[in-house]
Design a protein around this ligand. Structure first.
Ligand SMILES: *Cc1c(COP(=O)(O)O)cnc(C)c1O
Length: 421
């Protein structure tokens, strides 16, 4: 099990192995950073060129003509993302960025009244989400230090769903939580949390940045009120690609907190009336003109998920991380690493290794042809991606890490992160 031959046998048995050829892999590099920026696929490149061509050859008529008319693109890409989040076609739209979508959803669903004024989040979420929530509180005239409640982690790595449910008190007006924690990779039980929030009639939403394209979701059936995510991590949509949002159909008709003309019904958008006639579905929560060229690669990137199905992607992802964990336990046991992710199936698509020398271990890995992801203060994130990483990639990654540790090769680097880490 610990030999390279065994890794090769696993690759031979892998039905998804052929999808590696769909991607532009970096030359002589093992890419373990697909949870920060997924790689370019040939299909994403094709759809990007296709939309560039529609501009070149159609000019303004590209809005309604060509293979992918721009006017309907946010809706059609939303429909393609719907199976990945477990929403119906009318509940998902491609629009904005993660953070702007959170602003839109908080502006829509945070309706403080009387003593029900607080927002519930957690202390481990990605900073941008917290900044956005604090500014939404401030916009409504509340002091964020008093009105943002951040559920504590018991161990600095994981959140306990019961602690979160206990914090769903009478004064909470909105709940926003990550689906998969960006550092530890823990998957929160979104069904349990949604049910608890629904019972107390508190709107609850999830940030799917680290879960979409990595795990299955059933947002509609779970009763989540809203969700938002980026498309450049596990979905491989490209740097700054257009994000997505979900609004449960029980809320259709709720006035968008941040209004703009692209939230109008398509038929009346160009009536140019000063009274908005919002779309009757999730499309209402768009604001302005879609970023067509940043949406273009997402079309092709999603074809791969449509073809393979998220269930199979998740199966292989679990096998890859299982294998990586076994190798880490075997090969790195002398080196003071702590496994910072859940080792059971409540882990998402990446592994977190904690080590005091993490920043420079990451630099040594990079020098040796493995791209990891450093997360301050002490995390080495490794994401073997089902669509383009092999079991052999995992084997080499752990072997290289072992050599770096055995020979203390990291010592020649400074233990400091880069600007983008
Ligand atoms: C990646 C990520 C973001 C990034 O937000 P952008 O608006 O795309 O810059 C936000 N939240 C979480 C949890 C993330 O993982």
């Amino acid at each position: 099990m610990f030999s390279i031959d065994y890794a090769r046998i696993l690759d031979e048995k892998d039905n998804l192995a052929k999808y590696k050829d769909e991607f532009y892999l970096l030359e002589n590099i093992i890419y373990m950073d697909g949870n920060s920026l997924g790689l370019l696929s040939k299909r994403a490149e094709r759809t990007l060129h296709n939309l560039l061509d529609s501009w070149k050859t159609l000019g303004i008529d590209g809005w309604t003509e060509g293979d992918n008319p721009w006017f309907y693109l946010s809706e059609s890409v939303g429909e393609k993302m719907a199976p990945l989040v477990g929403g119906t076609k009318s509940e998902v739209i491609a629009t904005g960025s993660t953070t702007t979508n959170l602003h839109q959803l908080a502006a829509t669903f945070y309706k403080p009244s009387g003593t029900k004024t607080k927002v519930l989040a957690d202390e481990l979420n990605f900073p941008s989400d917290i900044y956005a929530l604090k500014s939404q509180l401030a916009l409504k005239g509340f002091n964020p230090d008093e009105h943002l409640v951040q559920v504590k982690s018991r161990d600095g790595r994981f959140l306990n769903e019961d602690d979160i449910i206990e914090a769903m008190t009478e004064d909470i007006a909105l709940i926003v939580l990550p689906a998969v924690l960006y550092r530890s990779g823990q998957i929160l039980d979104m069904e349990k949390l949604s049910k608890a929030a629904n019972e107390k009639s508190i709107p609850i939403g999830f940030d799917l940045c680290h879960s979409i394209g990595a795990i299955e979701h059933a947002l509609h059936d779970w009763g989540a009120d809203f969700a938002f995510w980026c498309t450049y991590k596990h979905l491989n949509g490209g740097p700054g690609s257009v994000a997505g949002l979900f609004v449960h159909d029980k809320h259709f008709g709720t006035t968008p907190g941040l209004a703009g003309w692209f939230g109008s019904k398509k038929e009346s958008q160009f009536d140019m009336d000063h009274t908005m006639d919002p779309a009757l579905d999730v499309a209402a929560y768009q604001i302005g003109t879609p970023h067509v060229l940043s949406l273009a690669p997402v079309i092709g990137a999603l074809e791969l998920f449509e073809e393979v199905g998220i269930k199979k992607v998740r199966e292989k992802s679990l096998q890859l991380t299982d294998y990586m964990l076994a190798l880490i336990q075997q090969e790195l046991s002398d080196h003071d690493f702590t496994i910072g992710n859940p080792v059971d199936e409540s882990r998402g698509g990446h592994i977190l290794l904690e080590h005091v020398e993490a920043a420079r271990i990451c630099k040594a890995l990079k020098e040796d042809g493995v791209i990891p992801d450093f997360r301050a203060p002490n995390g080495v994130r490794l994401a073997p991606v089902a669509l383009y990483n092999s079991f052999e990639d995992v084997w080499h990654t752990v072997q290289k890490l072992k050599r770096i540790m055995d020979e203390k090769r990291y010592e020649k680097f400074e233990n400091k992160r880069g600007v983008v880490a």
